[in-house]
Design a protein around this ligand. Structure first.
Ligand code: KIV
Ligand code: ZN
Length: 531
């Protein structure tokens, strides 16, 4: 029995950060990063993790499989188009999970059927019948989505949905794929769907809303009000184009207004801020300061009147307590005299268990930072851990750098970079500023001609000795790569972020090259075998 079957007001949270979210331009997470996020999503208490799209690439498959094997608690879902090959790949990737789900989809809008699929409505019905039946042979938990449903004929979508239910789909997810609908319209659409597809009342109705018109959360909430008991969403609202409904917003809406709306989720809200920071760091997608719930200003009061009010009585200008979403992360404080045991204990309180060599590395880096900072907070530790302790992939590493900068001449940087084969390479360059000079010197040392797309610096905490956290997105021969770096020295943080972004881009380019070679070989083979 699912939690929503036991309790009619329980809304299931289906997190698609690692699938739809990962489809955002410039995001390229490797398997260990995806695992790290998935473990945190499990701590957050989501009901379902959509771990990826296994047919999309060997890397996607590997990551979904690793999550299915190692992450316990939530159901692990793999996405599949309605074709047998996709469904087979999704099943093979998720089958080792404690609870596995296949999520399969096909479009029901005429725009998609005619122009994208070059098919007919009859084809869509046949594909749905065969596809859901195929998935059902593998697993009981099958989710079906009629893509672009909100721009499709509701009567036709209802026919397709009923076919999926007849074949055994247990969740029907209605996507507003292009973020086009409006709350009242969406309510009417779903209400009509309930009337036209009688089987819908016996399965879980889910909604999946995109934010192209800024309505993703409002539309998701509208869906819940008329019967949806699963909401698909992503941390920090990342996803295709303008993104998905933001998990933290829909969850905190249901939480904060529970007395009025009556719905609740199983999310451990105190884990929200940390999950948001982790996703932001690993994806390189910085959270806007005024973002609801997780922006750095979400609980800050600037005007004197507000500050005065909040000091007298918090509820004068605050509808939520910052601690409810875990924004009290400054609580764990370590100093330069803290030992290995204290560090291990503090990391453990953050849900990060380290031992042996990993603890030694963490401790060495902690000491370096603690020498420069008086107090190391929980947020500093999180930043350090995501910066330093991730499983290393064969990649470049910044060994050292030297920058000469003055107002008299352009800055000049020399860097030493460790190459994947263990060799060391030196590169030098001038630049428009010291950071630019370091980036160009890294290009010279690695013999790559990457171009910077995006560069951001954030202070992890406040104060003059704050750690600087940098995010770099760069482009290399048509692929993008993102990387992050943390240090009290922002030039060092920038250099670390740049080499990581470069490593990711090189890795992605080699995967793209291998895929292109395989496609060319397959085309060549089919020419040879065709009479
Ligand atoms: O936006 C969409 O339609 C999707 C489906 C695959 C559910 O992401
Ligand atoms: Zn989507």
């Amino acid at each position: 029995m699912t939690p929503s079957e036991q309790d009619p007001n329980r809304v299931l949270v289906f997190d698609t950060t690692l699938r739809d979210g990962e489809q955002s331009p410039g995001i390229s997470l490797n398997t260990s990063e995806k695992l790290e996020i998935a473990h945190q999503l499990a701590r957050l208490g989501v009901d379902v993790i959509e771990a990826g799209f296994p047919i999309a690439s060997p890397g996607d498959f590997e990551a979904v499989q690793a999550i299915a094997r190692e992450v316990h608690g939530p159901t692990i879902a793999g996405l599949a188009r309605i074709h047998p090959g996709d469904i087979d790949a999704a099943w093979n990737a998720v089958k080792d999970a404690d609870r596995a789900r296949i999520h399969t989809f096909v479009s029901t809008s005429d725009i998609h059927i005619e122009h994208q699929m070059r098919a007919t409505r009859e084809d869509v019905k046949g594909l749905t019948r065969a596809g859901v039946a195929h998935a059902k042979r593998y697993v009981e938990d099958v989710e079906f989505s009629p893509m672009d449903a909100t721009r499709a004929d509701v009567a036709f979508t209802a026919e397709v949905v009923q076919i999926a239910i007849d074949e055994g789909a247990t969740t029907i997810n209605i996507p507003d794929t292009v973020g086009y609908t409006m709350p009242d319209e969406f309510k009417d659409y779903l209400t009509r769907l309930y009337e036209l597809a009688p089987g819908l009342k016996d399965v879980v109705l889910s909604v999946h809303c995109h934010d192209d018109l800024g309505l993703a959360v409002a539309n998701s909430f509208a869906g819940v009000q008329v019967g949806a008991r699963q909401v698909e969403c992503a941390i920090n609202g990342i996803g295709e184009r303008a993104g998905n409904a933001s998990l933290e917003e829909i969850v905190m809406l249901l939480h904060t207004r529970q007395a009025d709306v009556g719905f609740h989720t199983g999310v451990v809200t105190q884990e929200i801020a940390r999950t948001s920071r982790l996703v932001s760091r690993l994806t390189g997608y910085v959270v806007q300061p005024n973002k609801a719930i997780v922006g750095r200003n979400a609980f800050a009061h600037e005007s004197g009147i507000h500050q005065d009010g909040v000091l007298k009585e918090r509820t004068t200008f605050e509808i939520m307590d910052a601690t409810t979403v875990g924004l009290d992360a400054n609580s764990i404080v370590l100093g330069k005299h803290s030992g290995r045991h204290a560090l291990r204990q503090a990391l453990s309180e953050l849900g990060i268990e380290v031992d042996g060599q990993v603890l030694n590395t963490a401790f060495k880096r902690f000491k370096e930072i603690a020498d420069k900072k008086k107090q190391v907070t929980a947020m500093d530790l999180e930043a350090l851990v995501t910066d330093e302790l991730r499983e290393e992939i064969p990649a470049y590493a910044l060994e050292s750098f030297d920058v000469q900068a003055s107002s008299a001449r352009p800055p000049y940087a020399t860097v030493v970079v460790a190459l994947p084969d263990g060799e060391r390479s030196t590169g030098s360059s001038t630049g428009d500023g010291p950071v630019d000079a370091v980036f160009k010197a890294i290009n010279a040392a690695t013999d790559q001609s990457a171009r910077l797309r995006d560069f951001r610096i954030e202070a992890v905490t406040s104060g003059q000795d704050a750690l600087g956290e940098t995010s770099v997105v760069l482009e290399l021969g048509g692929v993008t790569g993102a990387g992050q770096g943390v240090s009290t020295d922002i030039i060092e943080a920038a250099g670390r972020a740049y080499v990581r972004a470069l490593s990711n881009a090189v890795r992605r380019r080699s995967v793209a090259d291998q895929a292109a070679d395989l496609t060319a070989e397959a085309a060549q083979a089919s020419r040879i075998s065709t009479p």
